[in-house]
Design a protein around this ligand. Structure first.
Ligand SMILES: [Mg+2]
Length: 238
């Protein structure tokens, strides 16, 4: 564990989900592949749909509405609907297809493997502090077997703008009835997690998963309070 700023009293811990608590890369790769396969099989007009179609629709929607990225699920739903409509499906077919595609997406998205040592660390931390999940993504702690550690989950879109905006950090502080400075936020992203939490007055822990050097990373705008390379190191704070 590396210390960059003096740690104050900690009364609660908030966690980013994707990559912080599990490797999200393979989950997304598999989810994208299975979702594409499902869409291609849904209607003959979609059989030759290119792998990057939904991504291109997302880019198009973002150009029309710069705020759409705060709710990734809604953004994806609209992108799938647009892809199906463009392919020539009727409104009704496209709506049915989109609902079914989003279900498929959610199923694969939840097939997340959380290493046992992370379960052990979260269980130990949850005995001492209230833990909260704060995510910009669409992973569901219930579906991926993590819900038992968290008091509640805050999700961008539903609970405010995406991190690094302070909306969800402030909401966590309100719901926990604790000042921001007594909450430690743990995450792998130097902008959304570290800069976002430090800027709104929280304490911040960067989980450095790729052996990055904070002094030589462009994204490192604000120093976290501490840096760890594995979740289990946090139990040293117990
Ligand atoms: Mg993350």
């Amino acid at each position: 564990m590396k210390f960059y700023r003096p740690l104050k009293r900690i009364e609660a811990i908030t966690f980013d989900l994707d990559d912080t608590l599990y490797d999200n890369y393979d989950v997304i790769r598999r989810t994208d592949a299975e979702t594409l396969k499902f869409m291609q099989g849904f209607h003959p007009a979609l059989a030759d749909m290119a792998p990057d179609t939904v991504r291109l629709m997302r880019t198009e929607l973002l150009a029309q509405d710069a705020e759409i990225y705060h709710d990734v699920t809604q953004w994806r739903r609209q992108a799938v609907l647009l892809a199906m409509t463009r392919a020539g499906l009727s409104r009704r077919e496209a709506e049915q297809g989109t609902a079914a595609t989003m279900e498929t997406f959610a199923q694969w998205r939840s097939k997340i493997f959380v290493p046992q040592e992370n379960h052990d660390a979260l269980a130990a931390l949850a005995e001492r502090w209230p833990l909260v999940a704060i995510t910009n993504g669409n992973a569901d702690p219930h579906a991926c077997g993590l819900a038992q550690y968290f008091q509640f989950t805050l999700r961008a879109g539903e609970h405010g703008r995406a991190k690094p905006y302070a909306d969800m950090y402030k909401k966590a502080s309100l719901k926990l009835d604790l000042p921001l400075e007594q909450i430690l936020h743990v995450g792998d992203d130097l902008t959304t997690d570290v800069a976002g939490s430090v800027r709104c007055g929280m304490q911040s822990c960067w989980i450095n998963l790729r052996e990055g050097d904070l002094m030589h990373i462009r994204d490192a705008r604000l120093l976290p309070h501490i840096e760890i390379s594995q979740l289990a190191s946090l139990t040293a704070l117990l």
